[in-house]
Design a protein around this ligand. Sequence first.
Ligand code: ASP
Length: 434
Amino acid sequence: MYAREIEEKLTELGIKVGDKIKVSKEEKYYEGILMPRSFYNPDVLVIKLANGYNIGIEWKNIVKIEKVEEEKKKVARVERKEEIQEKHEKTISILSTGGTIASKVDYRTGGVRPAMTAQDLFEAIPELREIANIEPRTIMQVYSESMNFEHYEKMAKEVFNEIKKGVDGIVIAHGTDTMHYSSAALSFAVQNLGIPVVFVGAQRSSDRGSSDAAVNLISSCLFASQSELAGVFICMHESMSDYACAVHLGTRARKLHASRRDAFKSVNAKPVARVLWREKKIEYLCKDCVNLRDKNKESELFANFEKKVALIKLHPGFNPEIIDFLIEKSYKGIVLEGTGLGHAPEYVMHAIRNACEHAIVCMTSQCIFGRVNLNVYYTGRDLLKAGVIPCEMLPEVAFIKLAWALGNFSEEEVKEIMRKNVAGEIVERILYGE
Ligand code: ASP
């Protein structure tokens, strides 16, 4: 409910949530759909503009308010599940895990907190009802920087259960900081996937007028329900504009900007698709990079992750004792982020050789773009001789893959798996950034 004075005025004018209204401030006016009140301020009128943005206007600044049009379809704000079920051909689930997308301002600390449920998100964006039958469910409420392998195990099991229920797609609302780790984890944990599983987040919390949550969620739900592709994806703003969202393969994307809406980019690859959410259209950019949707596929779950795995960045002045320490602590896997083509300082060689005797050691490149090649310099060849496995994939993906492989397979199998393309993670041909 809005503040009493506002509710009284709205009733007097016959305006309800969902109606199109025109609100005039001193010189400006705004037209849009009246939304339910924001979580934190009952004195601010929230309207959804034609561009999908919600804006808040302080009641005291409003000079005039008029009804332009009745709510189009009589969709009750809280529909019963059976009604939702019957409406569309496709059914998808939204699993909420927390992050900025599920956050609102917490007035105790002044910071945002992941306190919104999947149902809250669903109810705040009426357009979602027009896309598919949607079943929102909160499975955890954490920021993604605080996630660990247990969260991946839980997410994978939840996704697997949804697949068994027969849904046509799954959207996972998630924090953006480590979304690419989670998307990699799910890409490996659920094998033979026949539907799209789409990670989505927001750079501004959902209770802010400038939030990108609505556009991202609408786009990801469109992709999850209508795409011809199957696999694990990330769907976020394609550029700074609200025009479209890009869909990236879950093992090929990375958060490359701390705050921009288009923070996620495909690395050494093209995005697989673009969602033009206003037109409800999907443009495929790399259809043959991924598998096609096939609901009859029997998915398999490999949800274990080995916890004693480390991701280490090599740098000038790197202390080899760090590697010795991991081996002393019985770490089973180490992913090195080498310099350039995958190089390590020569004085670290001894520690790496020793590590290879006790653990699986993989080499990636901190360059992000380009390839790993241990054959160019003699130092790289020494690494190969010591048993280091070159991994042509993002360091984060190699880290997750190694933890997953060690969690589910024998040591010999792990060595093979790390060299094999399991979920589109291996760069076979550089498309961008040579
Ligand atoms: N720190 C937040 C998280 O990753 C940031 C976000 O959601 O965008 O959960």
